[in-house]
Design a protein around this ligand. Structure first.
Ligand code: PGA
Length: 248
């Protein structure tokens, strides 16, 4: 039986008070799976809520991380947050290259690659996101785009580092739209990614409108090791329901 990674990306949601409330509600919902070694739960919180997330994650035995970092350790980078600042909270993971960072904030493949390398150098596990837009898919460029995004990191990382990265295939057209990729579409890309990465054991998640109702078919696919969940991760019940449905 494969291990399932259920990671929640809170995006720009969850104040400190809301984070505390989340974990209060989370404990009873998660209780039934707390000792399930086939599940790893993680939450990714905004910077200001990281300390509160640290407390809640520790109390519940789940992992937590940030949603971004800057690659320089310190200095004149107004508004940025460094890896040491994030690590100080106890965070072990960081989401990098999310499509909202790439498309709304203009992060390039090179910048995402620098951040990925810096995170690995500092011992943070990157959750590296990649995926195509609807235009790119419809014009037949899905695999060119993803080759470009993945190559940017594969060409600068050692095989050992490549193995430590958690990959998250997130088609941009499926994020926050309610319209998930079909399990066949997601499987096709995850299988293809595994071949491109040339390591059969890397962890590859699918993200984009994952919820209880589509969890079983998506997570049952051979090359999908888990889900990166946005909307449905904001409430413990809808978040944990994803794993409960998979197990049914
Ligand atoms: P969604 O977001 O589940 O709300 O589609 C996923 C993500 O952006 O990671």
């Amino acid at each position: 039986m494969k291990k399932i990674y259920l990671y929640g990306n809170w995006k720009m949601n969850m104040t400190v008070a809301e984070t505390k409330k989340f974990f209060e509600d989370f404990a009873p919902v998660y209780a039934q799976f707390k000792n399930d070694s086939g599940l790893e739960v993680g939450v990714f919180a905004p910077f200001t809520s990281l300390w509160a997330a640290a407390e809640g994650a520790k109390a519940n035995g789940v992992v937590f991380g940030a949603e971004n970092i800057y690659f320089e350790p310190k200095g004149a980078f107004t508004g940025e947050v460094s890896i040491p600042m994030v690590k100080e909270t106890g965070a072990t993971h960081v989401i990098l290259g999310h499509s909202e960072r790439r498309h709304i904030f203009g992060e390039s493949d090179e910048l995402v690659a620098k951040k990925t390398k810096a995170a690995l150098d500092a011992g943070l596990i990157p959750v590296f996101c990649y995926g195509e837009t609807l235009d790119e898919r419809e014009s037949g460029h899905t695999f060119d785009v993803m080759t470009r995004q993945l190559d940017a990191i594969l060409k600068i990382l050692s095989p050992d580092e490549i193995r430590k990265v958690i990959y998250a295939y997130e088609p941009v057209w499926a994020i926050g739209t309610g319209k998930s990729a079909t399990s066949e579409q997601a499987q096709e890309v995850c299988e293809w990614s595994r071949k491109l990465i040339k390591d059969p054991n890397v962890v590859i998640l699918y993200g984009g409108s994952v919820k209880g109702s589509n969890a079983k078919e998506l997570l049952s696919m051979k090359d999908i090791d888990g889900a990166l969940v946005g909307g449905a991760s904001l409430k413990p019940a809808s978040f944990i329901e994803i794993y409960a449905e998979y197990k049914k």
